[in-house]
Write a protein that binds this ligand. Structure first.
Ligand SMILES: Cc1cc2nc3c(=O)[nH]c(=O)nc-3n(C[C@H](O)[C@H](O)[C@H](O)COP(=O)(O)OP(=O)(O)OC[C@H]3O[C@@H](n4cnc5c(N)ncnc54)[C@H](O)[C@@H]3O)c2cc1C
Ligand SMILES: NC(=O)c1ccc[n+]([C@@H]2O[C@H](COP(=O)([O-])OP(=O)(O)OC[C@H]3O[C@@H](n4cnc5c(N)ncnc54)[C@H](O)[C@@H]3O)[C@@H](O)[C@H]2O)c1
Length: 460
């Protein structure tokens, strides 16, 4: 017997709220359980604080590079503590503003505490037993801590602590070469921290090879990067971290710093749920096993977002939440999820953004395609920006001229890629892109110019 029965129960207040709130607005009795601050990772320790801090880095980089535009600013001082306090306060205020909204909604009950399954579609939260007709698990993920000798004895940072660090480190060692490592290394470096990065393979490994190579070259201005490197051990004494690494070609080196950031991926928050009690199975890597309708192995239980591991973005969990709300609550139907053209962006410097397949993937599957390519510098706005590394690359299927992928590195790449996302979502062709009038001399002209290059190659 449960203490309270609901129509809908959601565990996790990140993307899970895409289900609980609209369900309550339909008049259903809904419950949301959250063990931490309301708003999940994106608001409290992810996308939002990181991008607020990175914007300060962008402003600093603009000032530092002003001489390229014949300007001579008289330098700047960083009030690091005030910056981090402002961002943290804004985030905390946003999170605190969620509960009063819930309190006004009589169909939505909020439970603060950790949910653990005690039976089919039944959880226990701080001694209360809650059951529901439909249960949605959206418990996210947390930083993965690699096995490095000595790491368990030193006070390292993950992204969670790094985003709240109020004293700027002088010299930081960053382990990892993915999204968090490249975004946060840029943030600290642009504000004056000296960065050493220990990267197991190469920076941004899943990107298109050409983008990856350009990023690697450009990123040298922010960090000393040791790629193909492994960590042998780490120590911390008198405020100094010492890390022994084995770099490319087996070269042994010792790094030093006053801060250590570990950014080596995430693990799913599936181990704190007692999933076995509900018949919910996980994959060998710990992510909850779901099918193409995000159904778990237990009847009436779905999983979405990071804990399901299909994609690990706020925009992807939003899509999943909206899909589940529609297909399981608002307009029940048997329809597989369509992720469409799932894009991504790395908010580092230079920015990187992409959608669809990379050229490496096309080559691996033997696709017949052409590459449309244009450097930023060869377009009007790129000239104004004096872009050295920026380019747009469009991959087009030769037979039907459909866009297979688009990969961009450079100023506002995350914005530029959107017109190609829309086109791919609408299953448009290169000709649709070429038939579009672009505002001159907006940065987007580079996308059009890459498309023209693809057309020329198709004609050749
Ligand atoms: C530093 C950083 C920067 C990022 N930047 C971006 C970005 O720019 N763009 C982007 O798209 N993505 C970004 N991400 C990724 C994005 O934040 C996540 O993919 C997204 O937030 C996942 O949402 P979710 O709903 O699956 O999980 P979460 O938002 O993590 O929500 C899960 C919630 O469940 C709670 N919970 C866990 N277990 C239980 C339990 N047993 N009982 C009750 N509650 C529980 C947790 O406390 C948490 O609040 C970033 C991530 C990080 C760490
Ligand atoms: N802009 C964005 O959308 C954004 C920004 C930040 C984070 N995120 C999300 O957050 C998640 C976590 O980010 P992340 O950067 O930690 O993960 P990631 O998967 O992007 O990168 C992990 C990095 O750690 C390295 N690594 C893994 N194990 C290692 C080990 N044992 N030793 C050394 N290096 C090791 C990998 O080679 C890789 O470079 C990502 O899945 C991403 O989707 C997204």
């Amino acid at each position: 017997m449960s203490d309270q029965h609901y129509d809908v129960l959601v565990i996790g207040s990140g993307g899970g709220t895409k289900i609980s709130t609209p369900a309550s607005h339909l008049g259903l009795k809904a419950a949301i359980v959250e063990k931490d601050r309301l708003g999940g990772t994106c608001l409290n320790r992810g996308c939002i604080p990181s991008k607020m801090l990175i914007h300060a880095a962008e402003v600093a980089e603009t000032i530092s590079t002003a001489s390229r535009y014949n300007l001579r600013p008289k330098g700047f001082e960083v009030d690091f503590e005030a910056l981090v306090q402002r961002v943290s306060q804004t985030i905390d205020d946003e999170s605190d503003s969620i509960l009063p909204g819930y309190r006004k909604n009589e169909n939505l009950h909020y439970y603060h505490g950790e949910a653990r399954f005690v039976g089919d579609r039944t959880v226990s939260v701080r001694g209360k037993t809650l059951s529901a007709d439909k249960v949605y698990i959206a418990t996210g993920s947390r930083p993965r801590i690699p096995h490095i000798p000595g790491l368990d004895k030193v006070p390292f940072l993950t992204s969670t602590e790094a985003l709240r660090l109020e004293k700027q480190p002088k010299k930081m060692i960053v382990v990892g070469g993915g999204y968090i490592a490249t975004e946060l290394a840029y943030y600290f470096s642009a504000l004056g921290t000296d960065i050493s990065m220990v990267v197991r393979s190469v920076l941004l490994r899943p990107e298109d090879a050409q983008v990856r190579a350009a990023f690697h070259k450009a990123f040298q201005r922010h960090a000393k990067v040791y790629h193909e490197a492994t960590v042998d051990w780490v120590t911390f004494e008198n405020g100094v971290y010492k890390m022994a690494i084995c770099g490319e070609g087996g070269l042994k080196m010792e790094l030093e710093g006053d801060a250590l950031l570990i950014a080596t991926g995430v693990v799913p928050n599936s181990d704190n749920l007692n999933l076995a009690a509900a018949g919910v199975e996980t994959r060998p890597d710990g992510f909850i096993r779901v099918d193409d309708r995000l159904r778990t192995t237990a009847e009436g239980v779905w999983a979405l977002g990071d804990v399901a591991g299909n994609f690990m973005f706020r925009h992807s969990v939003n899509l999943e939440g909206e899909y589940l709300f529609r297909t399981t609550i608002a307009e029940p139907c048997d329809e597989a999820i369509d992720y469409g053209a799932m894009p991504h962006a790395v908010f580092s410097s230079p920015q990187v953004a992409g959608v669809g397949e990379t050229e490496d993937q096309l080559q691996a599957r033997g696709a017949d395609y052409v590459v449309g390519f244009r450097n930023y510098a060869a377009s009007a706005m790129g000239m104004a920006l004096r872009s050295e590394e920026g380019f747009v690359k469009i991959l087009v299927n030769r037979a039907d001229r459909k866009i297979l992928g688009c990969h961009i590195i450079g100023h506002e790449a995350s914005v530029l890629v959107h017109q190609v996302i829309t086109l791919m979502q609408m299953k448009g062709t290169l000709d649709d892109l070429l038939a579009t009038t672009f505002i001159h001399p907006a940065l987007n002209e580079i996308v059009r110019n890459a498309a023209r290059d693809a057309r020329a190659k198709l004609q050749a």
